[in-house]
Ligand binder design. Structure first.
Ligand SMILES: Nc1ncnc2c1ncn2[C@@H]1O[C@H](COP(=O)(O)OP(=O)(O)OP(=O)(O)O)[C@@H](O)[C@H]1O
Length: 235
């Protein structure tokens, strides 16, 4: 089977400071991969390199076998990699509904996303339909950013720390949502420090440490080996 997303030998740097060293992982169709690692391990940089925001110095980023490494961000997005960055970008002066409409585009994913479908899958956004996106809470903005990204019908969705800075109840709602997207067959890569959250929603785990993937396996294998958490994830 061809992986939906395959990353191999990815190197990336900020100026003279190299941060990623040969990052390698694959995601099969319909899987949710949690990319876990401590603060500063290289999770966001991996996403930026995949999405073309920080062009990689070396390596391959293949979507369904097509190498996109080094392409411009809009090309990578159009090819089917949807990226939800940490800072939750919405158009604050537009309503929730308009934010979704603006983002609607054809794409290679099989979700057939449109505004009505987004409201079906994200029912918490329904009462906020006419509200300006700039007036939403952090959790509501997070949901809207995820919904917006899906409107481009991506083949793979990259979610950078979706639980960050949110209250436990909201984190649980975001978790529910990610599980629902997974059940619908969406292929997801989720960067997280919060291991409890990721293990509740992911099927696969990759652990990154100092810019290198140091462990790769299923959630069950991860749970069965507490030494991985102790070595790479606890502060
Ligand atoms: N714009 C930048 N310029 C220079 N160095 C950076 C920049 N952004 C990140 N770094 C450095 O790159 C390394 C990896 O950072 P990255 O943000 O990818 O980590 P992370 O695993 O996503 O952690 P976090 O949870 O803090 O976002 C860190 O040492 C960080 O200081």
């Amino acid at each position: 089977m061809t992986a939906e997303l395959s990353v191999d030998g990815l190197d990336a740097a900020y100026g003279a400071s190299q941060v990623l060293f040969g990052v390698k992982f694959e995601v099969e169709p319909g899987e949710t991969l949690a990319l876990m690692g401590r603060n500063g391990a290289g999770k966001s940089t991996t996403f930026k390199a995949i999405a073309g925001l920080l062009p990689p110095r070396a390596g391959r980023v293949a979507l369904r076998g097509q190498d996109l490494a080094g392409a411009k961000p809009y090309r990578i997005a159009r090819a089917g990699i949807g990226f939800v960055p940490e800072d939750r970008q919405v158009f604050p002066e537009h309503t929730v509904e308009e934010n979704l409409e603006i983002a609607q585009k054809p794409g290679p994913g099989g979700g057939n996303w449109n505004v009505e479908r987004a409201f079906e899958v994200f029912p918490l956004l329904v009462p906020l339909r006419k509200r300006m996106a700039g007036r939403l809470s952090g959790g509501e903005q997070q949901m809207l950013t995820i919904a917006r990204s899906l409107m481009g019908n991506p083949a793979v969705l990259l979610l950078d720390e979706p639980s960050e800075g949110l209250a436990p109840l909201i984190v649980a709602q975001i978790g529910e949502l990610i599980r629902k997207l997974r059940e619908m067959g969406t292929t997801i890569v989720l960067a997280e420090q919060n291991s409890r959250f990721c293990l509740g929603v992911a099927t696969q785990v990759a652990v990154i440490d100092k810019g290198t993937i140091v462990w790769r396996g299923s959630v069950e294998q991860f749970r069965a080996d507490p030494s991985i958490q102790a070595r790479y994830l606890q502060v």
